[in-house]
Design a protein around this ligand. Structure first.
Ligand SMILES: Cc1cc2nc3c(=O)[nH]c(=O)nc-3n(C[C@H](O)[C@H](O)[C@H](O)COP(=O)(O)O)c2cc1C
Length: 169
């Protein structure tokens, strides 16, 4: 399958970057040419056939680098298929209400970008490491336990569906 894809990611603590790397790896296994870049470093979208944008939900919002990416590249993104994933839920065992909250937050965030019609949209489990938090977030987080509920198989399964929606046959 031919096609050149950009996987752009925002991250604060690194877990979304690792997921973006897995998404990029899966797309490469499907024969696509893939660039993996921090969203804030992307200058132009010329030459790409599709874009994947990944970001964590933080304090009910998508990471600001994702919002800035959408703002800066609106014109180009209007002409490209765009897949979006957001990391959010971190609780173990799986808490359906938390997943629904994250999904609602993502939908609400994307509602700001009415022109954006994602070709694929997914909430994925995230990672929480309280030792990385600085004041005041460490106080707000209280004694919440560390967790990493990233499901690499689910991530690869989702990414495996993207070639069909990101590239023309
Ligand atoms: C301070 C803080 C606030 C967060 N706020 C939200 C939130 O509002 N909604 C949500 O779904 N997840 C929230 N999360 C979970 C993150 O999305 C999750 O930890 C994610 O894996 C972080 O990604 P990163 O490592 O790429 O920065 C929050 C996490 C932290 C540490």
């Amino acid at each position: 399958m031919a096609g050149r894809i950009l996987v752009a990611f925002a991250t604060r603590y690194g877990s979304t970057q690792e997921v973006a790397g897995a998404v990029a790896g899966t797309l490469r296994e499907h024969g696509l040419e893939v660039d993996l870049e921090p969203a804030r470093d992307v200058r132009r979208l010329d030459g790409y056939d599709g874009v994947v944008l990944g970001a964590p939900l933080m304090m009910h919002h998508l990471h600001k680098d994702a919002a800035r990416f959408l703002l800066r590249h609106r014109e180009a993104l209007l002409r490209l298929p765009v897949a979006v994933f957001a990391l959010g839920p971190v609780h173990e065992p799986r808490d359906e209400a938390e997943w629904q909250d994250s999904r609602d937050q993502l939908d609400q965030e994307l509602a700001q970008w009415a022109w954006l019609e994602p070709a694929a949209l997914e909430v994925l489990g995230g990672k929480f490491d309280p030792t990385l938090l600085r004041f005041p977030l460490n106080k707000l987080a209280g004694s919440a336990p560390a967790s990493d509920i990233r499901d690499w198989e689910a991530i690869r399964t989702w990414a495996g569906r993207l070639p069909a929606v990101l590239t023309q046959p």
